[in-house]
Design a protein around this ligand. Structure first.
Ligand SMILES: [Zn+2]
Ligand SMILES: [Zn+2]
Length: 233
């Protein structure tokens, strides 16, 4: 049995960012200061300039997914938080960060919007999962599922060998990922939410959406914690 979640509530702890005493992993003051992705593209969540309603990339090339919810900007200290926790204690990490996404979802989905039927975590490369022993997107999906009551269905798998995305430019990332995802389950018109920790270029979201639509999904929504301000590479 895992007692860590009980201990978490009884042991005094300190804010991981400023070192002050805190009720949660991140104190209230640091919580308020985190960079929010409030003004962003409704389709891909790329941060927008004041005069834009949709990003240039989505205007030029409509996306296969329908919307993206991504409450934080991937810059300090969000990058630090995500890197630090995803390597060590995914459940504690997910418990600290999932509320940001849950709050953003409550704002984004109005009373007349239909919520996704299932949550699909982005699978990590098998070697990464083997090294870490877990998949952080799955930990995040599990935590969200407890809060919003939508079941997790890990129906996507990776296939083939992948080179680490970090080392590649944008064009090669697409080529590297092409055909990297498969879904064997027929989705029968379901609206699905794809869960990931960070969206960097959107290449993964595009490929997974393609894979899910081919498997019969009716609509694909993307939910992630943080978005990089500009595509890299
Ligand atoms: Zn703090
Ligand atoms: Zn966009």
């Amino acid at each position: 049995m895992d007692f860590s979640k009980y201990l978490y509530h009884f042991l005094p702890h300190i804010c991981v960012l400023c070192g002050d005493r805190a009720d949660e992993l991140i104190c209230q003051a640091c919580h308020v200061d985190l960079p929010r992705n409030d003004r962003c593209c409704p389709t891909c969540a790329l941060p927008l300039t004041a005069d834009q309603l949709i990003c240039g990339d989505c205007l030029a090339l409509p996306k296969r997914f329908h919307l993206t919810v991504c409450p934080l900007v991937y810059q300090y200290p969000v990058d630090h938080l995500i890197l630090r926790f995803k390597k060590r204690d995914p459940r504690t990490w997910a418990r600290a960060l999932a509320p940001f996404l849950a709050t953003a979802l409550a704002t984004r989905y109005g009373p007349s919007d239909s919520w996704p039927d299932i949550l699909i975590p982005v699978p990590s490369h098998s070697l990464t999962r083997l090294r870490r022993g877990f998949n952080q997107a799955h930990a995040l999906a599990d935590m969200l599922s407890k809060v919003i009551g939508i079941p997790v269905a890990p129906v996507i798998k990776r296939q083939g060998k992948l080179r680490p995305q970090k080392t590649l430019d944008r064009k090669t990332r697409f080529a590297n990922l092409h055909g990297a995802f498969v879904c064997d389950t027929h989705l029968s018109g379901a609206t699905v939410a794809v869960i990931d920790d960070v969206i960097t270029t959107g290449a993964t979201a595009e490929l997974i959406s393609d894979c899910l639509l081919k498997a019969g999904a009716g609509a694909v929504h993307i939910w992630a914690l943080a978005r990089t301000p500009k595509p890299r590479g």
